[in-house]
Design a protein around this ligand. Structure first.
Ligand SMILES: [Zn+2]
Length: 498
């Protein structure tokens, strides 16, 4: 009996300290999570207060419940919280959910199935394992998340990430492809510091209007066409996304081939290729291996730093930071593509036109966009939530939200959609084509996909008529428009002589 009282006292002391700490930290939380953390902390305090009036055995149980709730509150606080929390995130999360599971089994012991209450230690252990599985792959990303919280670090005009000089340089022959985004005149290199064929440092200046553009971190950087808030935050959010989800995977090539079908690698051989919206460079590095003459990868966000890192070893790749609506390039390309990007522009049709206008007659373009058809539930439910809520959360909170949603999605597609991939009945499942398509992807890719779908403030869903209109208005020939996974459009067309 005495032992229980001592245990109760000790636990109560620990729990009270946790509660008071978590209350301090909730101020640092994203607004959305604050009420949850506050409520958990309030509940914990109530349980601790009630504990005083119970028999000793109950005291220790009640205190443990309160303690667990308090730690959950603290864990939530940690999402927006201190550096110390992040440093030990994995261990603590595992313990939190283990303790929470354990406490719930104790707390509701008479109301949960007897099996659960009898094997509560197993339940607790399962909680720890589940949590560690979910959190561990993310831990290595925590420092990236922290970096992602300071967007614009490497934007035009600022100093890029520190690299050894020879590792961060622009290839001099890119200069032949560049044109002033303001007046289309040639650019010249000023104050250049060379290392053989490469420009380590310098500035680009227009020969006619005198506008100047810095080369930072090996990447020439051109300012966006507009200072509009939504445009800026779209770029910022995707920049943060690709700095966090920066890994490359083997299945990216097959996915890319699906997106540009019916184009085959042989069509690109010897061509000068333009990629609009390269993100982390996952397509860039694939195309660079297809025998192309050169590929210029463009992105408006500072994901260009990640793309640069992934393609640095490939001699035919150039990465530049620029806006699709203000491209600093001449019309010198034989093939251009844009995958999953145009629908995030304020004016997707204008973006398509800009792509076409940089391809020489006889060249071709490919692009892939979200479809309006078959996406009614996304347009009605997900899109408003994304616009008003998810796109405003900030990288760390969105990472956590996407982790939870991705875990649920991953469980469903692995248990239901994957086994029914080729079965006839599988075709009648909700959103069957797409979910069966992604059902073989690893968890990390599902997490990326969910994050990607929640982060953009701007996303348009394009109908087939509208999509065909882009190709018609641009006077393209041999147009092929096809349905992809019954939720998106991919299109191909050849530029006529105009
Ligand atoms: Zn100019």
């Amino acid at each position: 009996m005495e032992r229980h009282e001592q245990l109760g006292d000790r636990k109560a002391g620990q729990a009270r300290r946790v509660v008071s700490r978590s209350r301090l930290r909730t101020d640092a939380l994203p607004v959305l999570l604050r009420p949850v953390a506050d409520q958990a902390a309030r509940h914990a305090r109530r349980v601790l207060d009630q504990a005083a009036s119970h028999r000793p055995r109950r005291v220790s149980r009640r205190v443990r419940t309160g303690s667990a709730m308090a730690m959950v509150a603290q864990g939530l606080s940690g999402v927006g919280g201190s550096r110390e929390w992040r440093r030990t995130a994995a261990g603590r999360c595992g313990r939190h959910s283990g303790v929470a599971f354990h406490a719930l089994a104790l707390r509701f012991g008479d109301r949960v199935p007897r099996l659960v209450s009898r094997h509560r230690n197993c339940v607790a252990a399962a909680g720890v394992v589940v949590d560690l599985l979910g959190v561990l792959p993310g831990v290595s990303q925590l420092s990236a998340l922290r970096r992602a919280d300071s967007p614009g670090r490497t934007r035009a005009g600022r100093v890029g990430p520190r690299r050894r000089a020879a590792d961060a340089s622009m290839r001099a022959r890119l200069l032949d492809l560049l044109a002033c985004p303001t007046c289309v005149a040639d650019l010249e290199l000023l104050d250049a510091e060379h290392d053989r064929e490469e420009v380590v440092r310098g500035e680009l200046a227009c020969r006619r209007c005198g506008d100047r553009f810095p080369i930072a971190g090996g990447i020439p950087r051109f300012p966006p066409a507009t200072a509009d808030d939504r445009v800026r935050s779209t770029a910022q959010n995707f920049g943060a996304q690709w700095r966090v989800f920066d890994e490359l995977a083997a299945h990216h090539e097959a996915q890319f081939r699906d997106w540009i079908a019916p184009v085959r690698p042989s069509l690109l051989r010897g061509k000068r290729v333009l990629e609009l919206g390269c993100g982390k460079g996952r397509h860039t590095r694939v195309v660079a291996e297809w025998g192309v003459d050169e590929i210029v990868a463009v992105d408006v966000s500072d994901a260009v730093d990640v793309a640069y890192r992934h393609t640095r070893h490939q001699p035919h790749v150039h990465v530049i930071q620029a806006d699709i609506n203000r491209l600093p390039l001449k019309r010198v390309f034989g093939y251009a593509f844009s995958i999953g990007v145009l629908h995030h522009l304020e004016n997707p049709a204008a973006g398509f036109r800009a792509m076409v206008d940089h391809v020489e007659p006889g060249g071709a373009v490919s692009c892939w966009v979200y479809a309006r058809e078959n996406n009614g539930w996304i347009i009605r439910v997900v899109d408003p939530l994304r616009r008003l809520l998810f796109s405003r959360l900030g990288p760390r909170a969105l990472y956590a939200v996407a982790l939870v949603a991705a875990s649920a999605l991953f469980a469903v597609i692995r248990v239901v959609y994957r086994p029914l991939r080729s079965a006839g009945v599988g075709a009648r499942l909700f959103y069957a084509d797409y979910l069966r398509y992604i059902s073989t992807f690893p968890f990390r890719e599902i997490h990326t996909i969910v994050y990607d779908h929640l982060t953009a403030p701007t996303a348009f869903y394009i109908s087939r008529d509208e999509f065909e209109g882009w190709f018609r208005d641009a006077g393209l020939a041999d147009v092929v428009i096809a349905w992809h996974n019954a939720n998106s459009w991919r299109g191909f067309g050849v530029i006529g002589s105009r």
